[in-house]
Ligand binder design. Structure first.
Ligand SMILES: Cc1ncc(COP(=O)(O)O)c(C=O)c1O
Length: 403
């Protein structure tokens, strides 16, 4: 019945779908279902939903903006360059309707150089990844940047952003800068440079910006995103496909009246949201530290990128689970299911195409009591794994010591 494409769409099961479906089937509620599964996997802001041009095109969500740009800028078979880990929504948007592909290089957790930090992007890495694509005869149409980054929570320095734009210009590539978390920079010390603020863009005709209300205004369901491009030809091509990505007038009117209240947006909503994110980030970061889970404490976004690899090593040295020896990605999925069984969904790194198994993205934009539960449930799984990995003699000694 279905076309080949329809079958592929039907069969594509993603780890994010599994987690989300589990949460839908048994949703946590502090009063009516306290043993349900907490969704700390979907990047959604649930702590601020109560405060609720000419170079611009408005479509129904940032994902649609990416799809529309990819549709008009690339032909089927062309590919877009980015680095892992990165948001699966970007992949789905670019590969779905436009039928193009993502070609990626991999960031890695090991640091190098004086100012190096884990998962640091460099232009050398982009050059390297582009070189690999060229060797494979792949036509790369452009570069995707997510700033602030999902899932790392990183902000690109102005210098790095400019270096990436120059890299793209050198190779005649388009650049789409997805700034969907641009107003969720909660660290007061952090300096965020939007591509919109640059006066000396290296290649304006090939530079495009996307954003939506989904994250920064806690309204993913309202479906409204924007493309800002310096290239009028591209905007008019996007207008040609906008019919399929249009948003209802009632949504536009509602958002327009919200934005017209500039004072409320600037003086109330944004500072309150940032403060809540800052507090929630601190609580999650401290909680993870207490549990002995290393993580990248960054300045933006709704989530923390956390390193659970130690827990896999425990298993490996304990020789309890032979599965671990055959594949760490399987171990990552095993941990994902153990966490679900304990009542919490967090997203494993493979959901972001991360090359290094063992990393998980934990959403912290949750009310305080729910965050406490998330930490408690993660702690239970870690403790269980730690006990499993101990040799029987060690367990005995430990239980004697704790008596
Ligand atoms: C980086 C990034 N871009 C785009 C999207 C999609 O946004 P929207 O819900 O507005 O389509 C997401 C959603 O998670 C995202 O993380």
């Amino acid at each position: 019945m279905l076309s080949k494409r329809g079958v592929d769409i039907q069969n594509a099961t993603k780890v994010t779908d599994i987690g989300f479906a589990k949460c839908l089937a048994d949703p946590y509620n502090a009063e009516s279902n306290p043993n349900g599964i907490i969704n700390a996997g979907t990047s959604e802001n649930t702590i601020s939903c109560d405060i609720v041009a000419e170079k611009l095109v408005v479509l129904n969500g940032c994902g649609s903006c990416l799809a529309a740009l990819s549709l008009v800028l690339s032909d089927p078979g062309d590919e877009w360059l980015t680095m892992t880990p990165y948001s699966p929504v970007v992949k789905e948007s670019v590969e779905g309707i436009p039928l193009t592909d993502i070609f990626y290089g991999d960031l890695c957790s090991q640091t190098s150089g004086e100012n190096g930090k884990p998962f640091q992007l460099t232009v050398d890495m982009l050059e390297d990844a582009l070189g690999q694509a060229t060797q494979k005869d792949i036509n790369i149409r452009g570069l995707f940047l997510i700033n602030p980054h999902n899932p790392l929570g990183d902000i690109y320095s102005k210098q790095l952003l400019m270096d990436c734009l120059h890299f793209a210009k050198r190779h005649g590539l388009h650049v789409i800068v997805d700034e969907i978390y641009m107003l969720s920079v909660f660290d007061e010390e952090a300096e965020f440079t939007s591509v919109l603020s640059l006066e000396d863009l290296p290649d304006p005709d090939r530079t495009h910006f996307t954003w939506s209300f989904s994250k920064d205004f806690s309204i993913s369901g309202l479906r409204c995103g924007v493309i800002y491009s310096w290239n009028k030809e591209i905007l008019s091509a996007v207008a040609g496909v906008a019919y399929w990505f249009a948003l209802p007038t009632v949504v536009q009117v509602t958002l327009n009246s919200m934005l017209c209240d500039e004072e409320w947006v600037a003086q109330t909503y944004l500072p309150t949201n940032r403060k809540r994110l800052r507090n929630a980030h601190e609580i999650m970061s401290k909680g993870l530290t207490r549990l002995g889970i290393p993580h990248l404490a960054r300045s933006a976004g709704l989530y923390i990128w956390a390193d659970f690899r130690k827990n896999f090593c425990l298993l490996q040295t304990g020789l309890i689970n032979t599965k671990v020896a055959t594949g760490v990605y399987e171990a990552e999925m095993e941990m994902f299911y153990e966490l679900i069984d304990a009542g919490v969904y967090i997203t494993p790194g493979q959901g972001f195409y991360c090359k290094e198994p063992g990393w998980f993205r934990i959403v912290f934009a949750l009310p305080r009591d729910v965050q406490d539960q998330v930490l408690h449930r993660i702690g239970t799984v870690i403790e269980m794994k730690r006990k499993k990995s101990m040799k029987p003699k060690e367990i005995m000694c430990n239980s004697l010591l704790t008596k």
